[in-house]
Design a protein around this ligand. Structure first.
Ligand code: AMP
Ligand code: TRP
Length: 326
């Protein structure tokens, strides 16, 4: 069975973009793949975090993982910093990556622009991500479109090491969805929906109550044309709403266009509110059941133990190839 690995940062506000672009795929893959899903807490400290909040957010994301349908019987679910091999392999990969290729990462360019001086970890972030993936001999990495460049870099590093030191790493492939891979902000459909945008109505978080869902959608930016058509270039707002509607409901976009032909955006928005609320309800119910349970902690401990066994094997192989240690 091929191995799947992916990770989400524990930075709060997990939104429907994360769900439709990533988490939903995670759940679908676990039935016929060997899946490992990680909460990448070490990635989140590339920018300052409040320690108490970070601890809370780790459990929030873990609970959401289970609430959306990850099954610990089928998938390994664990916290990145509980397995020390990630940091260890990252160092080795860092010595086989170039500052030039890291400087080209658009996420780094964007995030470093936002601050006066960038921590070195923000620069080497993609290498830690490569380590996450390569540590588990991963074949498939389900992620949103925004991670394409990081996956390419991971492949480049793996191929480079294999060429220099002999077959060491499995070269992974990214898995991107056609729809849902990039959900846009509701207030600004030209930027992607993000956890950190100051306007809370720009996103729908998985834990938003019904009133917040309604307000976010009813306020969503559209255009003045008034016809419900999928045309991301000229009608990014309406197209984004159609995408969200389609992925949540399973109804094809073309059918939605027919259904709302001749109706204004109000009708589309009103129905979309319903569809989103209906989808979030069972997730929130399960989340509340598990968030403060001992069961959650046990699942993460068990997950880390299982992940560690795989990680140790890979690390031993890597160290041997590089001539490290005794
Ligand atoms: P992050 O919150 O950056 O750790 O992202 C977690 C996962 O969600 C990654 O696979 C991202 O590619 C995906 N993701 C983040 N934002 C969006 C978005 N607006 N649309 C679709 N997928 C997204
Ligand atoms: N960088 C990813 C993001 O911001 C999160 C991540 C870290 C990840 N390590 C990973 C995703 C390994 C897939 C595989 O979304």
């Amino acid at each position: 069975m091929s191995r799947v690995f992916s990770g989400v940062q524990p930075t709060g506000n997990i939104h429907i973009g994360n769900y439709l672009g990533a988490l939903k795929q995670f759940v679908e893959l676990q039935n016929d793949h060997d899946c490992i899903y990680c909460i990448v807490d070490m990635h989140s400290i590339t920018v300052p975090q409040d320690p108490k909040e970070l601890k809370k957010h780790i459990l929030d994301v873990a609970a959401l993982y289970l609430a959306v349908g990850l099954d610990p019987e089928k998938s390994i679910v664990f916290v990145q910093s509980d397995v020390s091999g990630h940091a260890e392999l990252a160092w080795i990969l860092m010595c086989n990556s170039y500052t030039g290729e890291l400087s080209r990462m658009t996420q780094f360019k964007q995030k470093s622009k936002e601050r006066e001086s960038a921590p070195a970890g923000l620069f080497t972030y993609p290498i830690l991500m490569a380590a996450d993936i390569l540590l588990y001999d991963t074949n498939i990495v389900p992620v949103g479109n925004d991670q394409k460049q990081h996956i390419e870099l991971t492949r480049d590093i793996a191929i480079r090491v294999n060429n220099t030191y002999g077959e060491t790493f499995v070269v992974p492939d990214g898995r991107f969805l056609k729809e849902g891979a990039r959900i846009m902000a509701l207030d600004d459909p030209l930027s992607k929906m993000s956890k950190s945008a100051p306007n809370a109505f720009s996103r729908i978080s998985l834990l938003d109550d019904a009133a917040k869902v309604k307000k976010s959608i009813m306020r969503a930016t559209t255009d003045s044309e008034g016809s419900v058509r999928f045309d991301p270039e000229n009608k990014p707002g309406v197209s984004n709403l159609l995408t969200i509607y389609s992925v949540f409901s399973g109804i094809a976009i073309a059918d939605l266009e027919k259904q709302y032909d001749g109706q204004g955006y109000g009708a589309l928005k009103k129905d979309l509110v319903e569809v989103v609320q209906q989808n979030l309800e069972p997730i929130q119910k399960r989340y509340n059941e598990i968030r403060n349970s001992q069961e959650l902690v046990n699942i993460l401990r068990d997950g880390a133990e299982r992940a560690e066994i795989i990680a140790e094997k890979t690390l031993a192989r890597v160290k041997d190839r590089f001539g490290l240690g005794l």
